[in-house]
Design a protein around this ligand. Sequence first.
Ligand code: SF4
Ligand code: SF4
Length: 194
Amino acid sequence: MADLPQKRKLTTSESMYLVEVVKGMALTLGHVIKNIVGQAKGEAFDTIEYPEVRKPVNDRYKGAHRLTTRPDGKYKCVACMCCSTACPAKCISIVADEDADDPIEKYPVVFNIDMLRCIYCGFCVEACPKDAIRMDTRIYEINAYTRQDMIHTRNYMRDLMDGAKPEAERWYRENPEDAPAGFLEEIPPVVPFS
Ligand code: SF4
Ligand code: SF4
């Protein structure tokens, strides 16, 4: 078996990080000077004016999860638990029930993903035998004021691409019956930095 690469021992200056910090600051300063000189010459800054302009992401970028549906509007998910079993972060919780219209199949009564624990590995998508869960939304703005709002629920993930509703919190306020347990009615006041 080939020898595994050994971890290189850091020199004293490297272990103090001083040289690296100075190098980083010099790089930043270089960019600042370049931009100031460039602006004086009338050259535009090389920036993206977010959020009006969003950085394009690769076709294979793993964004927020969505749940797909069948032509009749039902979830494709049959609550087989393959995704939650494959998930290394154990952040998918599913509660299954039998579909009254179809005694063969089950469906998820609850399908939650705790996005604070998700590591965006995509194993859930790979494990799904029904193409019921995808990460092709390209949505990378996954944020909220509370931990509860970072739990993406079944219907939220179903409607994610419908009318572009990337903000879970806003969606939960419009659909409180689908909000995760503990969803806070009032946004805590933002305390400004002093
Ligand atoms: S992307 Fe990975 S960590 Fe996130 S829910 Fe899917 S399997 Fe779990
Ligand atoms: S999303 Fe796919 S893998 Fe997960 S429970 Fe539903 S059918 Fe099974």
